[in-house]
Design a protein around this ligand. Structure first.
Ligand SMILES: Nc1ncnc2c1ncn2[C@@H]1O[C@H](COP(=O)(O)OP(=O)(O)OP(=O)(O)O)[C@@H](O)[C@H]1O
Ligand SMILES: O=P(O)(O)OC[C@H]1O[C@](O)(CO)[C@@H](O)[C@@H]1O
Length: 758
């Protein structure tokens, strides 16, 4: 990328509703654009600024994007601009771009903004011709500016744009919604009230749906799936049955665009009246409103903003004049470039299908994830099924499945247990909890989990079934005895590297113990994100958000003090995931990790860099290090060195974050990931148990494909045999040999070069 846009100019604007994470995106675009050798221009106030020109188009430098990564909104302003919908408006905008020598445009906004960008690109040559005809630009400029490269980045809390899994801002909006619902649950419970929460999303129910999953909402209304038949009665029955089952409160979430099957709006007020009339419950409405669009961006939105911003600039370096404009999309964990026109067309088609009231098609058009999330919500948050849907395969189809946690606790484990329990019971199977991980199997600490046992678990950190690090090693006979005693047919192990080793050990003992020939699956769940076979683990997102929040606070604490460098030690053992990703999300100057070997020389080099920044007006520095970044030079040594060598230019403060990172309330993503993975794990386990069912009612399998890690790998979920993963694991350092995020290290360096100048 370096220097490849020399002599060119990039303009960036934010348009439509603002969203958290837009600032991180701007920062990445400016710093990567400069790194590529281009001039970078801000266009203030969205398309209106492009039309008005003048001071609205302003050259940016590295300092322009300092100290913004933690802020919501967009520092360059956003607007909804009707004038840009007219050709006359776009003509003025074209003139202003030519006047500033701009041939590259990055638009950050929702579907409307990107529709506008697409049209602008399509009309570009004709706009230039018209400007020449009218004598507003010279024909020489026509040749020079004949090509406008356009790249879109979707910034919108609604997550309503087709072909991308997430849009920038959605995760932060979910943080706001879920924090609010968690708070409301406490007061609702005290007064035994029902709350109706209206959430944003325009015509898209994504926010309401995921919030419903993440907060155990009793009922949700979304535009894509209007309630059928006598929904008023069904809703009331469901709410009252949940109360009868012991719940002290009910939560109903209504997406702002909700409608009934005839297309009439369903409002919070209507729902309240129905509940009060039929159930006489004390009912309140909370409209979350624009709170959802404000506040600190989540770690995910910052990281995705950094990645998408960099990818947009990279796209421009590779643009050829004939290329159609593209939009940077997220698929699984991968960034992909998609033709802007296709995404816009697909997104607009949804509105048409919504108007036609073809609900099934709407759900399909929302993408591959939407339908399954909706199905999961309906399954998990129903009333306890009276007639469970038994697997219709054999008459021996009631199986016993056990769940346990191994290793350190992580946020989202409870959501995983909740969803696993209900998914299995829903299909007529029995679920056993094993307390204290492998020790529970060794000491027979096993009991049944019922549908109602798990109420309220999704919101809570840690694990209610307890966890320990103990491995099976040396206790195989006792473990086999417990499995035999309880007739366990399948096993879910939730945890980190130790969970992986545990299942590997059991799988390797299948030759000696028939009992271990049951299907077994690991759901990676650890703050460290170091389980082979998965790009992500449940719990790491909460930790990342905690670290990011603390780094924001630490930074602000230093306002008005001397020049200061903060050294922050994160968890993760030798795995540098948290330090690197928190470095990106927190706008850190450096993040030292074990995977990238370094010596004291690098500390000294960075101290010099820091001093240099301080000489140019920087007040504060932020340096992260993972706990075991270097066996010889630990963070204490590092701190002393920074103090000694930094004096008198800056002083140093050290923060070891410790278990703070492991706890708290699970982030929306960890609740969602825990839920989604355990539903997949339950499906897989049941399928494998059925496949391995023997005529004598024993479930046995020796195939490596029945002892697996469930993970997200690049674009999809995969089940990889634990034995196959042996070659991909560094057992000594408890690390996967391939870690996707290492490729972000270079970006961290580019973005850090001038952060924190004041
Ligand atoms: N069809 C169009 N042609 C030209 N410009 C458009 C078009 N649609 C939208 N725009 C421009 O994009 C701006 C923002 O669009 P809109 O208000 O739909 O928000 P959005 O980008 O969809 O964001 P959000 O998802 O937050 O609502 C509009 O005010 C207008 O300037
Ligand atoms: O901020 P405004 O213009 O009132 O728009 C609100 C709309 O914008 C969004 O926040 C983002 O598109 C929608 O969820 C909401 O319907």
């Amino acid at each position: 990328m370096k220097g490849s846009l020399k002599g060119q100019a990039i303009a960036v604007l934010t348009s439509g509703g603002d969203s958290q994470g837009m600032n991180a995106t701007l920062r990445a675009i400016v710093r990567c654009g400069l790194y590529a050798g281009a001039k970078v221009f801000f266009i203030r106030e969205g398309y209106q600024g492009m039309i008005d020109g003048g001071a609205n188009i302003e050259e940016a430098n590295s300092l322009s994007v300092s100290k913004i990564i933690h802020k919501g909104g967009t520092i360059i302003g956003s607007a909804r601009c009707n004038e840009f919908r007219e050709r006359s408006g776009r003509l003025k905008a074209a003139k202003n771009l030519v006047g500033n020598g701009i041939t590259n445009l990055i638009v950050i906004g929702g579907d409307g903004s990107l529709t506008g960008a697409n049209l602008f690109k399509k009309e570009w040559s004709s706009l230039l011709e018209e400007l020449i005809r009218k004598g507003e630009i010279f024909s020489i400029e026509n040749t020079k500016y004949s090509c406008l490269s356009v790249v879109g980045i979707v910034g919108s809390i609604d997550n309503d744009f087709c072909q991308t899994d997430m849009t920038i801002g959605t995760d932060s909006a979910l943080h706001r919604i879920i924090e609010s619902i968690d708070a409301i649950v406490e007061t609702a419970s005290s007064h035994q009230r029902t709350f109706i929460l209206e959430v944003m999303g325009r015509h898209c129910g994504y926010l309401a749906l995921v919030a419903g999953l993440a907060t155990e909402a009793d009922f949700i209304f979304i535009p894509e799936c209007p309630p059928e038949g006598d929904w008023q009665l069904k809703m009331c029955e469901k709410l009252s049955s949940h109360r009868k089952a012991g719940q002290r409160l009910n939560i109903v979430i209504v997406s702002e665009g909700s409608i009934d099957r005839n297309g009439n709006a369903i409002t919070a007020e209507m729902i309240k009246n129905i509940i009060v009339e039929n159930l006489n419950q004390d009912t309140r409405i909370t409209v979350l409103g624009h709170v959802q669009r404000g506040g600190r961006p989540s770690a995910f939105d910052r990281v995705i903003g950094c990645r998408m911003g960099a990818e947009a600039v990279m796209t421009l370096t590779e643009a050829d004049p004939e290329k159609i404009p593209c939009v940077i999309c997220l698929e699984g964990n991968q960034l992909v470039r998609r033709p802007l026109i296709d995404c816009v067309k697909d997104t607009q088609a949804i509105q048409k299908v919504l108007n036609e009231r073809n609900w099934e098609k709407v759900v399909r058009l929302r993408g591959d994830r939407f339908g399954p999330i909706l199905g999961t919500y309906k399954m998990l948050y129903g009333t306890m099924p009276i007639k469970p849907s038994f697997e219709k395969v054999q008459n021996t189809s009631r199986y016993t499945l056990a769940v346990m946690c191994v290793g350190s606790p992580a946020c989202g484990m409870n959501a995983a247990i909740y969803s696993f329990t209900r998914s299995c019971i829903y299909r007529g199977h029995t679920v056993l909890r094993v307390t204290d991980g492998m020790e529970g199997l060794i000491n027979d600490l096993v009991e049944e989990l019922k549908w109602s046992s798990v109420v309220g678990w999704v919101r809570e950190g840690g694990t209610f079934i307890r966890t320990k690090r103990t491995l099976p090693d040396g206790n195989y006979k006792k473990i086999a005895k417990t499995i035999r005693k309880h007739k366990i047919n399948g096993l879910l192990v939730i945890g980190g590297f130790d969970a992986y080793i545990s299942v590997l050990q059991l799988a390797e003992q299948r030759k000696n113990h028939l009992e271990f020939r049951i299907p077994m699956v690991v759901i990676p769940s650890t703050v460290s994100n170091n389980v082979p076979g998965s790009d992500f683990s449940v719990g790491a997102d909460t930790a990342l958000n905690e670290i990011t929040r603390i780094c924001d606070g630490i930074r602000q604490s230093a306002h008005g003090t001397n020049r200061r460098v903060f050294v922050v030690e994160t968890m993760g053992g030798p795995c540098g995931y948290l330090a690197t990703l928190a470095g990106l999300a927190g706008g850190a100057d450096q993040a030292y990790i074990f995977e990238e070997p370094f010596s004291a020389q690098e500390y000294l080099r960075d101290i010099e860099r820091m001093k240099n920044k301080m000489r140019h007006g920087v007040q504060r520095g932020l340096v992260l290090t993972s706990g075991k970044a270097n066996v010889n030079y630990n963070s204490r040594f590092m701190k002393e060195l920074f103090i000694h060598e930094g004096d008198p230019e800056f002083d140093v403060r050290m923060n070891v974050l410790g278990h703070y990172q492991q706890g708290g309330s699970p982030s929306p993503f960890d609740r969602y990931l825990g839920t989604k993975m355990s539903v997949k794990a339950a499906d897989w386990l049941i399928k494998k148990v059925i496949e391995c069912d023997q005529p004598d009612a024993n479930v046995t399998s020796k195939s490596p494909y029945t002892a697996v890690v469930l993970g997200i790998l690049e674009r999809q979920y995969s089940f990889t045999p634990v034995e196959e993963l042996k070659t991909e694991a560094d057992f000594e350092n408890r690390l996967p040999r391939k870690q996707w995020w290492l490729k972000l290290r270079h970006l961290l360096g580019i973005l850090a070069s001038h952060d924190e100048e004041s």
